[in-house]
Write a protein that binds this ligand. Structure first.
Ligand code: COA
Length: 384
């Protein structure tokens, strides 16, 4: 069993009961619940608790979790000061990783992770999860103001998670339709089995590192354009194409240069990603309610159609990043914040996997197939 599989494609890295994918049928479920149903009926708070605990919460459980999240939104002013010293032109994912790591400086608990009783563990893991889930949204929204030279907008405890995030990002009472869309986007992005960032969180968690570092590591993995960074690239790509009538020529050129089409293809799906289907519908409904079909959306529809003809045979279809960036653009959110917004959602899944990892922990230590030089004698520098 020493065969090397590039990218560990198809190699099980764990046993998990958090989410499942049927890549042939295009189905994603969290704890057995279909993602389309959750996006239509649930909220981010409820979905996060489902992911963390395994069951849909009762109204009392949800109320308590919601209250905890609302109470944990503020961040220490030291963290705000750190953010102020970061270059405003820097990439927000580096800021996010820095700010989340720095939060860890304020909390102990290393001893609980290493040698504590079961009950203490569960309490610690839950309270850390609440702190990080709540503050991830705060930090992303704070950056929007800090990098523009303003003080961040204080979080409000009378708003839901999605409402508060949009309020803090935009500085005004959020539009109810946009809140509903944002909530659905957070639900859709909250979890996705053992992807690169979740695996990173699990590997880091398996060393019994503190949760802020576990999540900082996952943020690093999410940042790359082959993972969470693709949504920003999609919007830049659609801007470059400009109009639906330019799609065919642009696609021919792009494929001839052997370049990827951003937002297309997925290791797990051989059909259209079910999240892309929901996001496309949300975008269509949003455009209809606003009374204008955005040119970017029109171009995306044309590109999807053109791609299906040439990439469909390889099982390459739109993934979650294809339509999310268009929605965010229409909602007035800046492109370089799309991946941080992905993290605002995915934090729920990361925390659930961290907990699952600790429940049955063994440090990750895979092996390798050595392809280097045979043993040889050291050569002094003057003899080389
Ligand atoms: N554009 C063009 N061709 C693509 C493609 C894309 N976005 N995604 C896959 N393909 C092609 C590959 O070139 C390959 O073709 P070949 O068999 O002729 O060599 C074939 O489809 C299989 O792709 P492969 O690279 O083996 O898939 P993977 O599972 O290793 O990679 C991704 C999956 C997501 C990394 C890949 O599809 C990709 O780079 N997509 C764009 C980035 C993106 O949107 N990422 C977000 C994922 S949620």
């Amino acid at each position: 069993m020493n065969e090397y599989v590039p990218g560990l494609a198809g190699v099980p890295a764990t046993k998990s009961n958090i989410s499942s994918i049927d890549g042939e049928k295009g189905i994603l479920a969290y704890r057995g619940y279909d993602i389309a149903e959750l996006a239509a009926n649930s909220t981010f708070e409820e979905t996060a608790l489902l992911l963390l605990n395994g069951e849909l919460p009762t109204s009392k459980e949800l109320e308590s979790f919601d209250r905890q999240l609302r109470g944990e939104r503020r961040v220490k002013y030291n963290v705000r000061e750190i953010m102020k010293y970061l270059p405003p032109s820097g990439r927000p994912m580096e800021m996010l990783q820095t700010a989340i790591s720095s939060l860890g400086m304020f909390y102990g608990g290393d001893d609980i992770l290493t040698d504590a009783y079961e009950e203490e563990d569960t309490y610690f893991i839950h309270s850390m999860s609440v702190k990080i889930i709540a503050r991830m949204a705060t930090i992303v929204a704070m950056w929007e103001h800090v990098r523009n030279g303003y003080d961040p907008i204080e979080p409000r405890s009378d708003l839901t998670h999605a409402e508060n995030f949009l309020y803090m990002m935009k500085g005004c009472d959020p539009d109810p339709l946009e809140v509903r869309i944002m909530d659905a986007c957070l639900v859709l992005h909250a979890e996705h089995t053992i992807n690169a960032s979740t695996f990173t969180a699990m590997v880091t968690g398996s060393t019994l590192a503190m949760p802020f570092l576990v999540i900082a590591a996952a943020i690093g993995a999410l940042a790359g354009p082959l993972h969470g960074g693709a949504n920003q690239r999609v919007v830049e790509m659609l801007d470059e194409i400009g109009r639906p009538e330019n799609v065919e020529d642009w696609l021919d050129m792009r494929l001839a240069d052997k370049e990827v089409i951003w937002g297309m293809g997925h290791r797990e799906y051989k059909t259209k990603d079910p999240r892309a289907t929901v996001l496309q519908k949300l975008m269509a409904d949003y455009a209809e309610k606003k009374g204008n079909l955005s040119p970017m959306f029109e171009t995306a529809l044309a590109l999807e159609e053109a791609c299906e003809k040439v990439l469909g045979v390889k099982g390459v279809y739109p993934n979650v990043d294809y339509y999310s960036g268009i929605l965010y653009t229409e909602m007035g959110l800046p492109a370089d914040q799309f991946t941080p917004i992905f993290a605002v959602a995915r934090i729920a899944g990361w925390m659930a996997h961290w907990r699952e990892q600790l429940d049955n922990n063994r440090i990750f230590r895979p092996t390798q197939i050595y392809t280097g030089a045979a043993p040889r004698a050291y050569v002094p520098i003057d003899k080389r």
